[in-house]
Design a protein around this ligand. Sequence first.
Ligand code: IFM
Length: 731
Amino acid sequence: MKVKEKQFDLEYINKYASQLTIGNGFFGIRGSQEEDYRNQVRGMFIAGVYNRPLGTESAELVNLPDVVKADIKIDGEHFSLESMKVLTYERALDLKTGELKRCTVVEISNGKKVQVVTSRVADQHNQQQVALKVAITPLFADCQIEIVTGIDGQQTNFGTQQLVEKELRVFGDDLLGASYQTTESNIGIGISARFNKKGVFQAKNRRITAAFSEMVKKNTTFTLEKVVVLSTSLQHEKPFEQSVAQARQSESYTKILEQSKTYWSNFWRDHRVTIESTASFDQFALDFAAYHLQIMTPRNDASVSVGAKGLTGEGYKGHVFWDTEIFILPFFLYQFPDIAKNLLTYRYDRLAGARQKARKHHYQGALFPWESASTGNEETPKFAALNIKTGTRQEVASAAAEHHIVADIAYAVQEYMQATDDQLFLETKGKALVHETAAFWLSRAVKVNDRLEIHQVIGPDEYTEYIDNNAYTNYLAYYNVSLAVKYQVGDSLFLKECQTFLEQLYLPKANEEQLIPQDDTYLSKPIIDLSLYKERPGSQSILLDYARSEVNELQVSKQADLVMLLYLLPTYFSQSIVAKNLRYYENKTIHDSSLSKAIHAIEACRIQDSEWAYQLFQEACLIDLGSEPHTSDDGLHAASLGALWMTVIFGFAGIQTTDGQLTISPQLPENWESMTFPFVWKNHSLFFELTKEQVIVKKDSEEPLPIFYAGTQYQLKKKLIFNWRNESCVS
Ligand code: IFM
């Protein structure tokens, strides 16, 4: 269970930095090398620490002062994997322990050989702490070792300075600290570092450092340990003082590592999806996804959510999209329902901003921002990258028209309710979310002759802008309003309006070829050969050949759109409609968004094309783990990691939870012998074991729980065994 980097290559330095992130839901620290390299982007992020730099319209997740950097000199020569002769090299993130460790032997210019081992681990017990270690062993001759490390306030978000330095201090001879404040959001940040040795301190140019120097005998090891404590005014009144006080009592590297090992061993024991298969990469990709989902998501804090890159990089400025409710939340809902509740509470607490956005655009109810940060206001940048030839900027239309996020949030509320029956949440937050979102759709629809239509939207497919009656949006809006009726939210007049909306809203139906139009005009647009672009998914290479406005006029989808609808509302469409539309739209979809392939894979399972599903799943695994350089430089694709888990559970295991009924209908890939996974459903912890012959479901209590298999309802007490071949069941 290791994510390994076998050789050092500058081309991959930032991709590995994302992959090798350590963290604990409170903070994330990119897996950057300790020493500096050209173009290396370091990164340390604390969930919820956003700032809106002067002159910009969107808040950014602040890239905090660096604590990882260590300048190492051996006999006066700078340690560098570029300039030194590297004899051995391996860097690995051990998912079993949470430790990132690099082990290398280098030969310096005077011929001496030295082993340099650096490691770091996030504290899983005290989430404010991270432990770092540098251990240097001269192999055949004594060496002079010097290390300079500390807290580096020169760190920026791609050049944008987010922090004012308030205080730099040293305490005794083994502790230093720095205090900062974000320039606009006024969040106080305290960072302290305590060493296991006495250092010589210096503060200069927004850096505070400790220097350590020692003549080290051959075959003995010089070990420097550093424990860093991170504190913010979001949690503590005096973050600097709190970080210093805690650093004074910090534990050793070994203790923090032990705690991390215990945490991860419990996590894997209770939450691992296991696959017995000839393809070990499948298991690895799932472990990778689970590890990252776990460290990017706040464990017990409803004031923050998960950005599109988690805490692994600066991409998308740390903003929260529909990715969270639709792609990330399921992993938690069916394993840690309280975390799913927190993610929904984050939206509930931002209803004011959503209402304000709705009013600004003359709608009722709540129009959630397409991109969200801390305030609940719209954070989507107005413009995308500058076209340096024309000097013009392409406007980002999502904030103005990608309104499906409203229904996506309501959908997630219902997913939560079905899985938990949490009446307290429903009464205190769920109903308000359903009411306000439904009210938005009532005001968003327009009357055309005798029916209601939804115009000028962008569906999930962001290559098709400002279209009318996007099927995904219309159906999800319908579902959203039907929830308002189900839960009887609002007064009788509102409920009457909801009924009328449900009766009159136009829901695009399948045409004579069984195709549901993605929107009013999609199917009448020209079709082009996409094979070249489909070979490089995620690269948006079509935009090198066509202007965006031209792509808009073609049957080209960036990502799952109509297929996304089939996935979210499975009972609305027959198997033959799913089959027909999946094949049609897959052919028109480039998968230029990472949110796409896995959804197609799930739908391929539903039409029992497990070979195709498996191929799509494997391709989805490569989104962050493929061999192309630079694809994840600015962070991992959080939604795609969530979607890998979803593919295995909702696709291959065939779990469905629609209408509050738990159904299983597995579809294991040819080369998977078996799989097991935990699943929390209606406050019961279930455990599934799937083989080619049977499905075994276990639970702890005797209390009967309905579960559907092959169209029949069974009562699960402690154990049920379904036999695939003859569709029989034994309990
Ligand atoms: O939310 C997605 C969107 O669907 C496609 N572009 C990237 C966003 C963030 O992942």
